[in-house]
Every structure is written in structure tokens, then in C-alpha cells.
Design a protein around this ligand. Sequence first.
Ligand code: NAD
Length: 428
Amino acid sequence: METEPVVTPAQTDPSHDTAWETALAQLDEVAELMGLAPGVHAILRSPKRSLSVSVPFRMDDGSTRVYQGYRVHHNVTRGPAKGGIRYHPEVGLDEVKALAMWMTWKCAIAGIPFGGAKGGVAVDPKELTRSELERMTRRYASEILPFIGPEKDIPAPDMNTNEEIMSWIMDTYSMNSGFSVPGVVTGKPVSIGGSKGRAGATSRGVMYMIFSTLKALGVGIDEVSVAIQGYGKVGGYAAQLLHDAGCRVVAVSDAEGGLYRDRGLDPEAINRHSREAGTVAGYGGAEPITNADLLEIDCDVLVPAAIEGVVTVKNADKVKARVVCEAANGPITFEGDKILHDRGVFVVPDILANSGGVTVSYFEWVQDIQAYFWDEEEVNDRLRLIMERAFDEVYDLAMAKGLSMRQAAHWIGVGRVAEAHLTRGLFP
Ligand code: NAD
């Protein structure tokens, strides 16, 4: 399986700022550290297949709109491809490729038998009515239909997608099959085969990873202050869980702006405000701050839970938190990460920190296939076991080899996928 040595972005361009550049630079770095076979390295650098589709659909006024959509399978050597679908105006093929690659490592680190995928449509869903969103989703699902299926590729929610959108995809796939296929997507409502505990699983996993970190650092849960960027499905519920567990949540934000209160915010009051106003911004009981301020706020734990590339060479030296737990995918650029590491900031990498979502998605798929459903306590207990074990494996390797948590996580994830490749051999 040997090929020519890979020319890495690290050799050609020192500023890895896009998600794809970051993902490649992380892979290249760990490939060198672990002495990865060049042939396997070359295979893992390029996604297995990338689908680009146009998504035409009818607007309520009868006019036609066309958006660009994508679905990428980075790797399926360990099992069916798994990954969310994102609706965001800036979605592009390179971003989806990066997110799919991170899914591959994430599934391998959690030890679940999936490969990595991701999808997206370059759309601002806020500009569409509900019926337009449904027609757009059903058309996108139809365009990627040959790619997806319970044994092939199982989509899930991501930014700006939710349970309802998963229902429409499940229904579109099922109508084309002539029977119900619940296992084609995860993150569905419980009424059509969703798993109890899935909606809060990513946030719950983030909480478990913060607890594991604090334990490793010898710090009490009720001693820490937390700042959370992104008050969506992941960040919003993480704020509630961490507050309920005794942490002081001092800052939160969404795309419209942020809030700060040194004595701690009350997530329930913020939820009430945000349900009415559509944003956390404007909540009266706290000081307004910007998203840039939030990243640099004086706190113990920073949880970026929104978009990629928010901590870069430009602001990494201003981050005051002692721990950064990456609930979002790719919130720290490759070079930004080096600065945090050199400054002794403990970073729990995305491919470990936010793996609670895909782990309970795996439980959902297992329950759908077996048509046998678990109670929420069982889901949460199994999630905790898997995530704490993954944390310990990454932490022990990082300590043993003097690696960052990110390098150690990649080492384990890439190593497991590489092992599967080498065991199966190169076709033909
Ligand atoms: P979401 O759409 O529910 O919420 C996103 C939040 O980020 C919103 O509050 C939005 O206002 C905010 N936001 C958007 N742009 C922003 C900006 N420029 N600055 C600050 N805030 C901004 O999405 P989500 O499902 O909570 O996903 C958030 C992140 O977590 C993404 O990176 C996603 O890939 C990752 N993630 C999600 C899951 C999941 O199960 N949903 C699993 C793993 C990882």
C-alpha cells in the first residue's frame, strides 16, 4: 500500500484557516507523529466520494429557487457513513469534506462501527417559510437518495436542522421505498423511531467531557465559571445542564450577540427571553457582549458551540479560559490550537468533546434496526460509559507520549481507521 510521499499543507502553506485546511493539517501532523503508512495516509486525505447537487424547489409564490447541496462520504471502511446535515448560507464542498473527515475520526474514537459523512445545503433557512423548507428538504433528500440508507449512510441534524427536517427526510426515503425505513436518519422524533435522550445527547456528552477534564485537573465542578458561544441545540442545553450541575455559566451568545454576568446567568430565564425574541441578545438581566468578547472573557471553561474557525492566530493568545471544550466542530484553527497548547490551555478536541451526538445516533440506529427501544436512563448511562472510556484512552495516550489531547485523539481515531484499511487490504 505504498505510494509517493504526501506533500502536506504544512509544507506549502503555514496558515491553515479554513476547516478543510485545518482537518488536513491535523491529519498530516498525526500521520507523521505516529509513522502512518504513506499509502493509508494518502487514502485518508481524500474523501471516498463527494456528491454535489442542485436543489430546485417551488417557493410559496410559485417562483422557483435553486440552492446548492452536498453529501460527502469521507470513509466507510469501519461501517456505514454517518454525519449531520447543515443548512447555512456559507456551506461549501470543502467545509463538508472537513466535517465528514472529523466524523470518521469521531466514530473511531468512540469505538462505534460507522465511517464519516456530512451534508449540507447553502441556504439561510430563516428566509424560507415552513412549507418552502419542507419542499427544499424533500428535494435535497431525493437528490442524495442514492447515497443514503441504513446500511450506507445515515444523516442526522446539525446546524439549522432539527427533528422535523429528519422526519421529512425519513418520510421521503420511505415513500420511495414503499415501506417505513426509520433507520435511514437519526435525531428523529421518538414517535417515528427516534431515541430517547438523542435531543440532548451532544450537550450531555460535552458536560461529561468537562467533568472528566475537571477530575483530571483536580478541580471541583462547582468551582468553575463557563462561557458558551452558540445558544442552539448544543450550546443552549449544555448551558442548562452545566448550570444544573453547579457550574457558574457567566456568558452565552448566539449569532445576534451575547450576554455576560459575573455572578452567573439563569438559563431558564434566558430560554424564556430567547423563545420570544428569537435570540439571547437583548435579555435584560445581563451585560451585552459581542461574540469576540465572549471568547476572551475571564472564565475557567470556554465552550465554543457555534461555527468553525472562531479561535485563530489572531485571538488565541487572548483566550483566558484554562479549559476549552469544543462542542462545535472545528472552532479552533490549526495554528490557533498551537498557540493555546503552548500557553498550557487544556483543549478537549471536537472529535472527542461532541461525540455524544453520534454515539446516541448509533444507539438510535441500533434500536431502529432491532425495533426494540430503550429507556432514557439506559441511553444516558451507556453514553456516559462510552464517552468516559474514550476520554481516558485519549488522556492516557496524551500523557504517555507527551501529546496534546487533539493529537492523541487523532492518533487513536486515525489509527483505528488505518488498522481497518490494512486489515481489509487495498481493492482490487
Ligand atoms: P444550531 O443551529 O442548533 O445552533 C447554532 C447556534 O450558533 C445558534 O445559537 C446560532 O445563533 C449560533 N451561531 C451561528 N453563527 C454564529 C456566529 N457567527 N457567532 C456566534 N454564534 C453563531 O446548531 P447545533 O446543532 O447546536 O450545532 C452547533 C455546533 O455543534 C456545530 O458546529 C455543529 O456541527 C456541532 N455539533 C452538533 C451536533 C448536534 O447533535 N446537533 C453534534 C456534534 C456537533
